[in-house]
Write a protein that binds this ligand. Structure first.
Ligand SMILES: Cc1ncc(C[n+]2csc(CCOP(=O)(O)OP(=O)(O)O)c2C)c(N)n1
Ligand SMILES: [Mg+2]
Length: 1002
């Protein structure tokens, strides 16, 4: 019997406990159990997989460091008393001398039958705990339940009468405390696990968590009467929610509002989460959600006034920032109303926080239509709110400071990969936020696609199971069960600092939007929905039936809410309306000082290369450190290389009191082994981060090797910058080629969030770029894509050629974080990281600033007839070519900042060459990529406006690869040929005839 369907660890553990008791004293268990154990052979000691799951918040010493001090996951008292009594640790006592031998005398048939029933009951109970959700009443529309045959008595050949005679103790858990026999325990189990809530928590590998969840669930700890709910208040709330949608529906028929109806209970659930957070002293809640129900949440959770919303429906809001078509920078093109966010300070939060007077804020993050992409942004924001990084060393984390809440769609959650990328970060030291509460707004449809065609899993939430996140499925027509689910989720997050998923199952009352006809594709479903009463009506009916309220009063409540909306609407339409939302006024940067005094650089440099006496440096790194060590005293041969310049930039930025966070794949060492910001003790593997031990630092430094994700991690870092604008946050791609994995984050947030939502960000993207024969996917960071997105001063895009330029660029970005924050996109080198031409002398760090354009250093300007304009690595190819020495008439000018386009600087440089008659843009990328298409019209404009000395018209030539579908050749040999051709074309003797304009593809 046992072997055909083995017990899970969970019930086995209980059985073993009981077995121990039996071994100690057979009389301690009842006769049937005694008979059962007499013939039972316990399996080997069970493995508790807790170790697998109890990963430290900070990694073990051999792992990369966690520069953050993660608060220990100290168990906290739940908000209400917990019934669970911890079981003593399982230790197998030696059988006493008087204990019966294991091979007991043969059983009577009656004893055998009793033992069979007992085991069957254990299995049944176990299956109800594990699969009860399959038979639970989860669908408001009453679709047939999937069920599970192992949940029925018949499957085990059991009857209710037999259960009456069985002791229930053997199944353990709180249900047995109230029950007098197995039958009562079974009924209690069915009520809890097969009611309007379905529980999935056995995927969790930490027994303490499973036990806690079992105890919370089975004691119904978060349900009335133990945890009361104000029933009339709840009706009020549901009435507001419904009236809002009804009013909008009637007043603006067919206008898109993405009604919440069918999932109305989300609003009281959010109330509950905010209230519970206030009780815990959480100071900040960051919410991410899509379109569905967003207006309702804005109105009722975010405190956005009905007046504002109604005015938006009439497009009455005045443009907050002048003319939308104004082409001046800092424009404001705005967004549709169901993408907008807001910040709200709930008044009751302050009251609830009592003596502490914690001011709580709830922020709804604006998001694009791209479903789920706001998730990592919310996580990054929450992480930033939980981080204190104003003191040197490692930042300090406080998970209680902020709570992330993500509301998902049932089609989007399993369908969009960004969900998995975000979940994957939830327990990583550099990215955890101490638990996110997920709510799947499950209306059982995605646009016109039902679950059957939208996912391969049973539940919308199944993905989370693999991450061992507990899941509750709950029927959205049972508001009490929904509120209890929200309470349990919050309590679990507080206690275990991990994620929790609520799969809220409701329906969508209208089409995908209100102008959409759902019966075209779901005629049967919508027939049912049309007949189905609203949750407010159902709840009102319950209260009327129980005599809590009269039907007349319930109807009156609805009428009052509608009348209120009508009054507001009339006042909005009769008065000119000014939106209460404002976007920040533009701020301009002044002159930025980025040079650092030599003595200061020397001190910082000394600290960067100073290691603890006990630290065993990898012998191969010793040379690197030695080289860096004496750079400012004795000078360094070949100059300061890229990695060293970056370390100096970081050190000096920290000394200026700006915290730094750097994340990306393998950034501790860096892809090309140039950074070594994290050193590992050669004997212990233990990490040491010199930037966290600078004597002059006045802010914290953190660096995290990220998971293998672009979209997720870049979104996270973008969110971090939104929340912590004073921190210099950098994301580095493994190779720049992989940045297009995060194209949605780049397009929808980095490039456009400011003009859509007024969000600013100083995020830095470090993108290794350059043609080195490594093939189509290790060459290009798609400079052209960023240039295509560049407008209204939304970005800074640079392709610096020297380490000092990189140093000044980073320092300038840090200095502008407050006054003029914009994302900075940097094409960074690969083979040039250690190239002498890319290394700068020490003086270049203590003098000067970032140069947007670098002129040729020729002294004989009169001689120059051709000017080559280029950016980045191709400059080094040109400058180091054998042909360069003889190309006396050629000047090479580097455009180091590509956007904003430094027109004046380029013009000034060209003006210095009076005899130029040939200008070319040189690039190694194909003509349809790189800078060419962006540069061509801009350079032509510059050439047209040149001073009188220069012969006109000055044509502009293109020298580079022809148009290509793929960024680079797959063959290194072919690459070499192409590079040579480009350099030769650029440095070739001037053609005798007048130069012609070369078209794309030449
Ligand atoms: C990334 C992305 N792909 C496609 C769409 C188009 N789209 C908008 S809503 C929707 C259905 C979403 O279904 P679900 O996640 O269940 O949310 P619901 O609308 O049902 O609340 C789709 C496909 C989108 N907005 N984003
Ligand atoms: Mg849906």
């Amino acid at each position: 019997m046992m072997s055909s369907s083995p017990l899970t660890d969970y019930n086995l553990a209980y059985l073993l406990d009981l077995y121990d008791r039996y071994l100690e004293n057979p009389a301690a268990v009842d006769a049937a159990t005694r008979a059962f154990f007499a013939t039972w052979t316990p399996p080997g000691e069970t493995t508790d997989h807790a170790a697998d799951d109890q990963r430290p918040a900070t990694p073990p010493i051999s792992e990369p460091p966690s520069p953050t001090t993660v608060r220990a996951a100290a168990p906290r008292a739940p908000r209400r008393s917990v019934v669970a009594t911890p079981k003593p640790p399982r230790a197998r006592p030696a059988p006493r001398a008087e204990a019966p031998p294991l091979a007991a005398p043969a059983q009577t048939p009656r004893e055998e039958e009793a033992a069979r029933q007992l085991v069957a009951f254990v299995k049944l109970a176990q299956n109800i705990r594990a699969f009860g959700h399959a038979a639970a009443d989860l669908d408001p529309l009453g679709a047939p339940r999937e069920g599970d045959s192992t949940l029925s008595l018949e499957y085990y050949g059991l009857t209710e009468d037999e259960l009456r005679t069985l002791d229930d103790d053997i199944i353990g858990g709180p249900v047995t405390r109230e029950a007098r026999n197995a039958r009562e325990a079974l009924h209690a189990l069915r009520r809890v696990y097969q009611g309007t809530t379905g529980h999935e928590y056995l995927q969790i590998r930490v027994q303490e968590e499973r036990d806690w969840l079992r105890d919370m669930v089975e004691t119904e700890q978060f349900c009335p009467p133990q945890a009361p709910i104000h029933e009339i208040d709840l009706l009020h709330r549901l009435t507001q929610v419904e009236a809002f949608e009804r009013f909008l529906g009637r007043t603006f028929p067919g206008k898109t509002r993405f009604s919440i109806e069918g999932l109305d209970v989300m609003v009281p659930m959010m109330d509950e989460l905010i209230g519970a957070s206030a009780d815990e002293g959480t100071r900040y809640i960051v919410v991410g959600m899509a379109h569905r129900g967003r207006l309702n949440i804005l109105a009722h959770i975010m405190g956005k006034s009905y007046a504002d919303i109604l005015a938006e429906f009439q497009d009455l809001g005045r443009h907050p920032h002048g003319d939308a078509a104004d082409s001046a920078d800092e424009g404001w093109s705005g967004d549709v109303k169901y993408h907008l966010g807001g910040v709200y300070t709930p008044p009751e939060a302050r009251r609830r926080a009592g003596g502490d007077q914690v001011e709580m804020k709830v922020k709804l993050v604006p998001n694009p239509s791209h479903l789920e992409f706001v998730n990592p942004v919310v996580e990054g924001m929450a992480r930033a709110a939980q981080t204190r990084n104003t003191l040197p060393g490692t930042p300090v984390l406080d998970f209680d400071a902020a709570l992330p809440i993500l509301i998902h769609g049932d089609a989007a959650f399993p369908g969009q990969g960004i969900v998995a990328e975000t979940l994957n970060m939830y327990r990583l030291p550099g990215y955890t936020t101490g638990g996110t509460l997920h709510l799947i707004a499950n209306n059982q449809i995605g646009f016109t696609t039902p679950a059957l065609r939208g996912r391969s899993t049973t539940y919308a939430s199944d993905l989370a199971k693999g991450f061992r996140v507990p899941i509750i499925h709950v029927n959205a027509d049972d508001p009490i069960a929904c509120i209890a689910a929200a309470r349990l989720a919050h309590a679990y997050r507080i206690k275990f600092q991990k994620d929790f998923v609520i799969d809220l199952i409701g329906y969508r009352r209208w089409g995908h939007n209100e102008g959409d006809e759902p019966t075209f594709t779901q005629p049967r479903m919508y027939e049912r929905i049309a007949q189905h009463p609203t949750v407010r009506a159902l709840w009102a009916r319950q209260l009327v039936e129980r005599g809590v309220i009269t039907e007349a009063r319930a109807d009156e409540m609805l009428q009052e809410a509608m009348d209120n909306l009508r009054r507001v609407y009339d006042s909005v339409t009769s008065q000119p309306y000014e939106s209460s939302e404002a976007i920040p006024a533009p701020r301009r940067a002044g002159h930025i000082e980025t040079a650092v005094a030599v003595d200061r650089l020397a001190r910082l440099n000394a600290d960067l290369t100073r290691l603890p006496d006990t630290f065993h440096l990898n012998p191969k790194l010793k040379r690197v450190m030695d080289r860096r060590h004496s750079a400012f005293e004795t000078g360094v041969e070949g100059g300061i290389d890229w990695g060293h310049a970056e370390a100096l930039a970081f050190a000096s930025i920290l000394a200026d009191a700006t915290p730094i966070r750097l994340s990306g794949q393998d950034v501790g060492r860096a892809t090309f082994s140039q950074r070594h910001a994290v050193l590992h003790d050669a004997e212990t593997g233990g990490p040491y981060v010199p930037l966290q031990h600078l004597r002059e630092a006045r802010a914290a430094f953190e660096i995290h090797d990220s998971p293998l994700s672009e979209n997720g991690v870049m979104g996270f870092e973008y969110g971090y910058t939104m929340q912590s604008p004073d921190t210099l946050v950098l994301w580095e791609a493994q190779y720049g080629d992989f940045v297009n994995g995060a194209q949605v984050i780049v397009d929808q947030f980095i490039a456009s969030a400011k003009v859509k939502w007024g969000n600013t960000s100083g995020l830095v993207l470090l993108l290794p770029h350059g043609y080195e024969g490594a093939g189509p996917e290790h060459s290009s960071a798609r400079l052209e894509r960023f240039l295509e997105l560049a407008a209204e001063n939304n970005l800074r895009i640079a392709y610096p050629t020297t380490s000092a330029q990189y140093f000044h660029l980073l320092r300038r970005q840090a200095a502008l974080l407050r006054s003029d924050p914009r994302p900075l996109v940097v094409m960074t080198p690969k083979s040039l990281l250690r190239h002498p031409l890319a290394a700068s002398a020490t003086a270049a760090f203590s003098q000067g600033a970032f140069q947007t354009v670098i002129d040729d250093d020729t002294h004989d300007r009169e001689r120059i007839e051709r000017v080559l304009l280029c950016a980045g690595k191709v400059y080094v190819d040109l400058a180091t070519s054998k042909l360069r020495a003889d190309a006396h008439a050629v000047a090479i000018v580097r455009v180091e900042q590509i956007y904003p386009f430094p027109a004046a600087e380029i013009r000034a440089i060209l003006d210095r060459y009076p005899n130029v008659h040939d200008v070319a843009w040189v690039q190694e990328e194909p003509a349809n990529m790189g800078g060419w298409r962006y540069m061509a019209p801009r350079l032509r404009e510059v050439l047209d406006g040149l001073g009188d000395l220069i012969q006109r018209p000055l044509p502009l030539r293109y020298i580079g690869r022809r148009e290509r579908a793929s960024p680079a050749e797959g063959s290194a040999a072919w690459h070499t040929v192409e590079q040579r051709r480009i350099v030769e074309a650029a440095l070739a003797p001037l053609p005798a005839s007048q130069p012609r304009e070369v078209q794309h593809g030449d």
